[in-house]
Design a protein around this ligand. Structure first.
Ligand code: C2E
Ligand code: MG
Ligand code: MG
Ligand code: MG
Length: 280
């Protein structure tokens, strides 16, 4: 805004900028109130086994129904929570709700997303341990999903933070593989327990052989390290087949179910249990 041209000089007085700033402040205030009043809810998206397509776990995803505005996407409010010091409270609230819900689904795994801002906090591991203890959640059934950002920025501290979490017994997944600058090398360097292939890599499969080969090579490398691979954003049968042939272990996407309220997962679980009981 230090441009010397006629328009640039007025940038700081642009009323639209004030509007934006004001809207952003209001969003932040509303979010703070929503967290304090436990208005951040959790939906669960099915993750299925690639072979029989039965439900094996769920990913917990935060939802905010902002009064007068409707649903605000997490891609909007998570960064606001990060930037204004609210991510710890928000993240722990989601973790607590999801772990409590899992008491009804003891056979399923649970994935919860963790932001760099939470992970960076030296007290994070002990907070997770406290939630596990309070809710009776089995640590071995919990996967914490993280993107590569913090690992790339502060590898030493990230490794220490991972150590603290491993001692508790939870697993760590590298989320959104293929969306950013993540490389298969990180899997070994940081010792991730699982890998999630980003939706962009899955939709690229529709484009042809190059994407298929990239996927196959990626999955083969992960599996050669004994790391199970989950593909995200699976929307078509063709994608599901290509992902199975490439060696993915688990699939997640609208083809198998959108993120939904616990009741919908409950129905699905019951159907799944019924089918298992009838399998000889
Ligand atoms: P993510 O962890 O990669 O979660 C997967 C996202 O892909 C979810 O979006 C999910 O609804 C969407 N998705 C799943 N299958 C499909 C599909 O077949 N097609 C399409 N188009 N989309 C699909 P959502 O719920 O909007 O969340 C977006 C991101 O916000 C998440 O990406 C995650 O990074 C972040 N997020 C959500 N909840 C939390 C949370 O509790 N804590 C933190 N730190 N981040 C969260
Ligand atoms: Mg995730
Ligand atoms: Mg993801
Ligand atoms: Mg993501």
């Amino acid at each position: 805004c230090s441009k010397e041209n006629g328009r640039g000089r007025w940038t700081s007085y642009d009323p639209r900028m004030d509007d934006e700033r004001e809207e952003r402040n209001r969003l932040e205030l509303d979010l703070r109130a929503a967290i304090d009043n436990d208005e951040i809810t959790v939906v669960y998206q099915p993750v299925v086994d690639v072979r029989d397509r039965e439900l094996v776990s769920v990913e917990a995803l935060a939802r905010w129904n902002r009064a007068g505005h409707g649903l605000v996407p997490p891609d909007v409010f998570i960064p606001v929570a990060e930037a204004s010091g609210m991510i710890d409270a928000l993240g722990i609230s989601v973790l607590r709700q999801a772990c409590a819900q899992m008491r009804a689904w003891p056979e399923l795994g649970l994935s919860v997303n963790v932001s760099p801002g939470q992970f960076r906090d030296p007290a994070f591991a002990s907070r997770v341990a406290a939630v596990l203890a309070d809710t009776g959640m089995n640590p071995h059934h919990l996967v914490l999903e993280m993107t590569e950002t913090y690992f790339v920025r502060s590898p030493e501290r990230a490794i220490q933070a991972l150590e603290r979490l491993r001692k508790i017994g939870v697993q760590i997944a590298l989320d959104d593989f293929g969306a950013g600058f993540s490389s298969v090398g990180y899997l070994r360097k940081f010792g991730f327990d699982r890998m999630k292939i980003d939706r962009s890599m899955v939709s690229a499969l529709d484009g042809g052989q190059n994407a298929v080969e990239t996927l196959q090579a990626t999955v083969a490398l992960a599996r050669s390290m004994g790391i199970p691979v989950t593909a995200e954003g699976v929307e078509t049968e063709e994608q599901a087949v290509a992902l199975r042939l490439a060696g993915c272990d688990e699939l997640q996407g609208y083809l198998f179910g959108k993120p939904s309220a616990p009741e919908a997962i409950e129905d699905r679980r019951r159907r799944s249990a019924g089918r298992r009981a009838h399998t000889p």
